[in-house]
Ligand binder design. Structure first.
Ligand code: AMP
Length: 225
């Protein structure tokens, strides 16, 4: 099962992606997480990407596109993948579509989690990242996934691990820029969403991202069959 998942930052895309990935056992290929891993590992790629990410800009296509296309060729992607955070603009969408078509790989589903910009922005600042597992959702303002307290400190509600937050999640200008890119229907991420809504083949599922996490995932799962 090959799935593209779209949604603005703050829409719960990563959380829903992790639930879908668990159900189908497909590889979860998350562009932002690959960048963050490279930054914390001090790699050349991480050094090149960091300034763009801190500002909320896209990392240039000549770095991002080969990184993702190479990742999709790895062994764990042979039995399906869930691509999250890529494509982020029209050029990435067209390049991905061509590369997959040339390789004879089809996309089964295009999932779009829709959420208005104001709600998405409000949600971003409260999310926290578990240092042990990127797929452990924690959010200080959402009751269902609120971190737990241990020894006077908030820790991951799933594994008790330490929590961090992303610098670009606490910076209003960076959040704004990420949303400008997402909601841009001319050449940004919405242009990529619309591109994949119009190609032949994948089933398109649009889910309202505003209800609680379990409601969104119920709606999504009922259509992913
Ligand atoms: P995310 O975790 O999806 O919010 O991504 C964090 C940051 O990584 C973004 O704000 C971009 O700077 C960078 N990034 C992630 N995916 C892409 C992409 N497909 N193209 C360019 N930059 C990206």
């Amino acid at each position: 099962m090959n799935i593209l998942i779209f949604g603005p930052n703050g829409s719960g895309k990563g959380t829903q992606g992790a639930i879908v990935q668990k159900k189908y056992g497909s590889a979860h290929v998350e562009s932002g997480a690959i960048f963050r891993k490279n930054i914390s590992g001090g790699t050349e790629l991480g050094k090149k990407a960091k300034a763009y990410i801190d500002r909320g800009d896209l990392v240039p296509d000549d770095i991002t596109i080969p990184m993702i296309l190479d990742r999709l060729k790895e062994d764990d992607c042979k039995n399906g993948w869930l691509l999250d955070g890529f494509p982020r603009n029209l050029v990435q969408a067209e390049t991905l579509h061509k590369a997959l078509t040339d390789a004879g790989i089809k996309i089964d589903f295009v999932v779009e989690i829709s959420l208005d910009r104001k709600t998405a922005a409000d949600r971003i600042m409260g999310r926290r990242l578990c240092v042990n597992d990127n797929n452990h959702p924690n959010h200080i303002y959402i009751e269902a996934i609120k971190p737990v307290e241990k020894d006077g400190k908030m820790v991951c509600r799933v594994c008790g691990g330490e929590l961090k937050f992303r610098a670009d999640d606490q910076d209003a200008a960076a959040i704004n820029k990420r949303h400008d890119i997402y909601y841009d229907t001319v050449s940004g991420t919405m242009a990529a969403v619309n591109y994949f809504k119009n190609v032949k083949g994948p089933k398109v599922i649009t889910v309202d991202g505003s209800p609680a996490i379990n409601k969104v995932s119920e709606t999504l799962m009922s259509q992913l069959d």
